[in-house]
Design a protein around this ligand. Structure first.
Ligand SMILES: *[C@@H]1O[C@H](CO)[C@@H](O)[C@H](O)[C@H]1NC(C)=O
Ligand SMILES: *[C@@H]1O[C@H](CO)[C@@H](O)[C@H](O)[C@H]1NC(C)=O
Length: 449
C-alpha cells in the first residue's frame, strides 16, 4: 500500500466535496481489520477474523442507519483534528459504506495532497519545570485542578507555561444545561461534520445532527464517531451565547486579526465513548481551551521538547488562508496496542469532568480521549503570554513576511505588535479568507440536492 504525505487542502474543503480517508492501519504495525477490507495478504488467526467480522457487522449496522438525504458540498476546517496520511489508492471508507448501504449518499470530506516545504522541527529542550524535568520518562503526574484561581496566579504559574484545569468557572454558563434531547429537538436537521474511525480508517463526514445523536451510544474501542464542528456554534449565536468567557480569556489578541483570517473560536465537540483526538498541537501553537459540558475526558499532555520522539511529519500545513505549520503525531497514546511505541515520552495526565475547563499551553502536544459520550466546546487564546509564539508560527506559515514588519516591532507592546502584524496581511490572503468563509456558510445553509 502506498502512503502519501498530505495535508488538508484548505481551511474548508474542496469544491467537489468528496472523499478523504486517512489513518491507515499499517501505521499501527498492521492492525488486521483494515487489511480484511483492503485485501492485503495478511494471515489471520481464525479468532481474529471472527472478531473482525463481528466489529464489521457492528459497524455495518451503525453505518446503514445513516440515511443521508443528499450529497452536498461542505467545507470544513478539520485541521487540528485529523492526521494527513492519505491512501488515495486504497479502498475508501465510502466503499465500505457502499458495500453495506445501498444508498451511499454520505458526504465525505475532501482534501488534496500537496507537497510543502519542510520545516526543521526545533525540538529544543528549553523547557524547565519542576515536576517533569527530573523525570526520564512516563507520567509526571496529574494536571492541577484549581478553584478560586486568581488571574494573577493563572498568569504567573500556568498561562502559556503549564496546563491547568479550573473547576469553578463554568457553573454560570447556560451551556452547562445542554442535553442531547435539546439538540435533537431544536437542531436535529442541521448538518454537522464528524469523523468516524472504523476498521482503522479515519474519515470525515457531514450528517444531520439527529443522526449523529441517535448513534451516540454505539461505539467500541476500534469503531467510534466524533462530531468536531467549528462552524455550528458560530452559526447559531443563540447557542454561542451560552458559552461564556472566563476571566482568564479576557485578553484576546486574536480579536485584532481581520475577521477574514481570525480563527473560529468555539468548536462543538461531541464524541462517542472511545472517540479521541489525534496527538497534536493546535494551529499557530495557540493556547487551547476545552470545556466539558457533559461526559468525561482523559488527557495526555506532553511538555515541549519531545518532537523527536513523536514522528511528527515535517512539512504539514494547516491549510488556513493565513498559513501555519501543522504539528501532528501518528501516535495514539490511548491505544493499548501502541504502548511500546511511546515508552520514552514524558507526559502529564488529566481527568476532566463536566463543568471543568482545561488550558493547554502552546507547544504542548496533547491528545484527548472520551471515556463516555462527551460534549465539550473548545476555544483558543492569544494573549501577552503567548503572542510571540503565535506570531512566530504565523511567520513560519509563510503567508506573511517578517521583513514586512516595522523596525520598531521588537519594542512594541503585545497589542501593538499583533496589530502591526495584522495590518500587513496582504489583500490576497484576506480575500481568500472571505471567500472561503462565504462559501462555507453558503454550503451549510443551502445544501444542494
Ligand atoms: C440550569 O438549569 C437549572 C434547572 O432548570 C437552573 O436552575 C439553572 O439556573 C440553569 N443553569 C444555568 C447556568 O443557566
Ligand atoms: C510550536 O510547537 C512545536 C512543537 O512543540 C515546536 O517545535 C515549535 O518550536 C513551537 N513554536 C514556537 C514558535 O515556539
Amino acid at each position: 500500500m502506498t502512503r502519501k504525505r498530505s495535508k488538508w487542502s484548505s481551511q474548508f474543503q474542496d469544491k467537489n466535496g468528496v472523499q478523504l480517508v486517512e489513518e491507515s492501519a499499517d501505521k499501527y504495525n498492521g492492525v488486521p481489520s483494515m487489511c480484511l477490507f483492503f485485501g492485503s495478504h495478511y494471515k489471520f488467526h481464525v479468532l481474529t477474523v471472527l472478531a473482525v467480522a463481528a466489529i464489521g457487522i457492528a459497524v455495518a449496522v451503525f453505518i446503514t442507519n445513516f440515511k443521508i438525504l443528499s450529497i452536498f458540498k461542505i467545507y470544513v476546517q478539520l485541521n487540528h483534528i485529523d492526521d494527513g496520511f492519505v491512501k488515495e489508492d486504497a479502498i475508501k471508507m465510502s466503499q465500505v459504506l457502499q458495500g453495506t448501504s445501498g444508498d451511499s449518499n454520505i458526504v465525505q470530506l475532501s482534501h488534496k495532497a500537496e507537497n510543502q516545504e519542510s520545516f526543521l522541527s526545533q525540538g529544543g529542550g528549553n523547557f524547565q519545570k519542576l515536576s517533569c524535568s527530573g523525570k526520564q520518562k512516563g507520567s509526571c503526574g496529574k494536571v492541577d485542578k484549581r478553584q478560586k484561581l486568581s488571574l494573577q496566579e493563572f498568569h504567573n504559574r500556568y498561562d502559556g507555561k503549564w496546563p491547568v484545569i479550573v473547576t469553578d468557572v463554568m457553573s454560570s454558563w447556560p451551556a452547562i444545561n445542554w442535553t442531547a434531547d435539546f439538540f435533537k429537538n431544536k437542531y436535529g436537521k442541521r448538518r454537522v461534520t464528524m469523523t468516524t474511525f472504523a476498521n482503522s480508517v479515519k474519515s470525515g463526514f457531514s450528517v444531520p445532527l439527529k443522526i449523529f445523536l441517535e448513534h451516540l451510544h454505539m461505539s467500541s474501542p476500534r469503531a467510534w464517531t466524533y462530531l468536531q464542528d467549528e462552524m455550528f456554534l458560530i452559526q447559531h449565536p443563540e447557542l454561542r451565547e451560552d458559552v461564556l468567557q472566563t476571566v482568564y480569556m479576557e485578553e484576546d489578541l486574536f480579536k485584532l486579526l481581520p475577521s477574514a483570517v481570525r480563527p473560529w473560536d468555539c468548536m462543538l465537540l461531541w464524541g462517542t465513548a472511545h472517540s479521541r483526538s489525534s496527538l497534536h498541537i493546535d494551529p499557530y501553537n495557540w493556547t487551547g481551551t476545552n470545556a466539558v459540558i457533559s461526559g468525561h475526558k482523559l488527557w495526555k499532555l506532553l511538555p515541549p521538547g519531545q518532537d523527536n520522539l513523536l514522528s511528527v511529519r515535517p512539512g504539514m500545513r494547516c491549510g488556513f488562508p493565513l498559513e501555519c505549520v501543522k504539528y501532528n503525531s501518528d501516535l495514539d497514546l490511548f491505544d493499548p496496542a501502541q504502548q511500546d511505541r511511546h515508552t520514552q515520552l514524558k507526559f502529564l495526565e488529566a481527568e476532566q469532568g463536566p463543568g471543568e475547563i482545561i488550558f493547554i499551553p502552546p507547544g504542548w502536544f496533547h491528545q484527548a480521549y472520551n471515556e463516555v459520550p462527551t460534549l465539550a466546546v473548545s476555544g483558543q487564546m492569544m494573549n501577552s503570554n503567548n503572542y510571540h509564539i503565535v506570531l512566530e508560527e504565523i511567520f513560519k506559515g509563510g503567508s506573511l513576511k517578517r521583513s514586512s514588519l516595522p523596525e520598531n516591532f521588537g519594542l512594541m507592546t503585545p497589542r501593538e505588535a499583533v496589530a502591526a502584524m495584522a495590518a500587513r496581511i496582504s489583500q490576497h490572503v484576506l480575500e481568500e479568507g472571505v471567500r472561503r468563509t462565504e462559501e462555507a456558510i453558503q454550503q451549510l445553509y443551502m445544501p444542494q440536492p
